[in-house]
Design a protein around this ligand. Sequence first.
Ligand SMILES: NC(=O)c1ccc[n+]([C@@H]2O[C@H](COP(=O)([O-])OP(=O)(O)OC[C@H]3O[C@@H](n4cnc5c(N)ncnc54)[C@H](O)[C@@H]3O)[C@@H](O)[C@H]2O)c1
Ligand SMILES: C[N+](C)(C)CCCC=O
Length: 505
Amino acid sequence: MAHSSLFAMGAASTGSLLLSDNLNFWDGERVAPRPGATAEPVYEPATGRVLCQLTPCGSDEVDLAIQSARGAYVQWSKMAGMERARVMLEAARIIRERREKIAKLEVINNGKSITEALADIDGCCQCMEYYAGLASTMAGQHIQLPGGAFAYTRREPLGVCVGIGAWNYPFQIAVVKSAPALACGNAMVFKPSPMTPVTAVVLAEIYQEAGVPRGLFCVVQGGAQTGTLLCQHPEVAKVSFTGSVPTGKKVMEMSARGVKPVTLELGGKSPLIIFNDCELDNAVKGALMANFLTQGQVCCNGTRVFVQRDIMTQFLEKVVSRTKAIAVGDPLLDQTRMGALISKPQLEKVLAFVKQAKEQGAEVLCGGEPLVPADPKLKEGYFMSPCVLDNCRDDMTCVKEEIFGPVMSVLPFDTEEEVLRRANNTTFGLASGVFTRDISRAHRVAEKLEAGTCYINNYNISPVEVPFGGYKMSGFGRENGQVAIEYYSQLKTVVVEMGDVESLF
Ligand SMILES: NC(=O)c1ccc[n+]([C@@H]2O[C@H](COP(=O)([O-])OP(=O)(O)OC[C@H]3O[C@@H](n4cnc5c(N)ncnc54)[C@H](O)[C@@H]3O)[C@@H](O)[C@H]2O)c1
Ligand SMILES: C[N+](C)(C)CCCC=O
């Protein structure tokens, strides 16, 4: 049935939705799981209730999806960029039309606040429009050679690409991978995280309704096994992966065996440096934006907040007061600013990081506790109070490892040289930030930080036009921006002789 999950969304509130739609999608429609396969429950983070059942796809199903995508690719890749653009613009229009329903579904499956989810979906419309624009302008080069000969280049698609997503931005990751892939003329088989299987299939329905050939964007559900089947499939031309470093390494190894290009968007432990000449209120707001979006479960979060020693007291006072004021609760309410973490194990893991930080000498200035909202329907939800840790040292676990929860570690520093050395002393390199009024220092620091992005006097803004990706173990390849086209296409050179062949033989 077309966009069936969305129809259920009209009156849905937290704790009321139970989905029974099929979650796989290929050949232009939702597909039931194979008979006899074992289903797993998917939970609603805000209530701990079962939202739906997920049955991981096996090899036959993965193969069916890839064959379906292959068939559509043959047709789609022959279309002019302008024709592809029209379909993608229609997809953007449909997403915009259904933004509230998609956002609501995302909230119920992921636990983030509705305010953030709406912003995520708006970003997806822009992403689709941006790559629609690029689809119609993609072109090669003409190179003149001696004697009237010439060469030209063609930017060609790769074939069937695989997208594998994490659970923190389920719809957005599916869009950010598929929009440039489709703009270049590829097909995509997408596997969402098994914890957030619901909205990728809504995207598949939207593409279908917008007019893509049947099978162009397929969704297979499952976890590590299904992901492995996708990465190892001989007819897959490229893998774009978002997730943790350990899984990223496995994806890269599997892709290497098939000599497939990979894009890896992995984890981080990003530094945010706040100098004493900053505009303090903006720096405080920046630190909150760097740590607490999506309950702190954001890859590029600036979780190591380095504050110049002489403004530490004022900074902590302001940051703690604002953190304590964050409204945690029912993620579907407009006034809520922080919802529930993705799962019970994730909540327990984050709380264990806080406990260990205390044992290692950190001081909890606020939060870091399980939280039970007053509303009885939320009592089994995975909530915690956002946490600020003081007295942190560079050798503490909370400062070295990605926590992926609402925990900010604050560290004092004295000099620019010292803070740069400490900020770069990590195997990660996804993002970084600096707050200062000194324009020369801002750019000097941005140049020296070993990270794929540096935010100056803000944090966690990522418009679609701007490339995003990691240095070091945070991955490689870029998403967003014009450059993403290069990761979803290949260049063919055609050399043309206009005269006789001069042979040495
Ligand atoms: N850099 C980015 O853009 C970005 C964005 C979001 C999340 N992340 C990172 O993702 C992590 C959290 O997400 P997660 O817990 O879903 O990560 P994860 O690595 O556990 O899982 C990511 C995806 O990989 C799949 N997978 C697991 N094992 C696999 C295997 N052997 N082969 C193929 N696929 C496999 C999972 O089912 C899931 O879809 C964090 O480290 C976070 O920083 C990075
Ligand atoms: C949109 N943000 C906030 C920059 C997040 C990008 C995806 C990382 O997890």
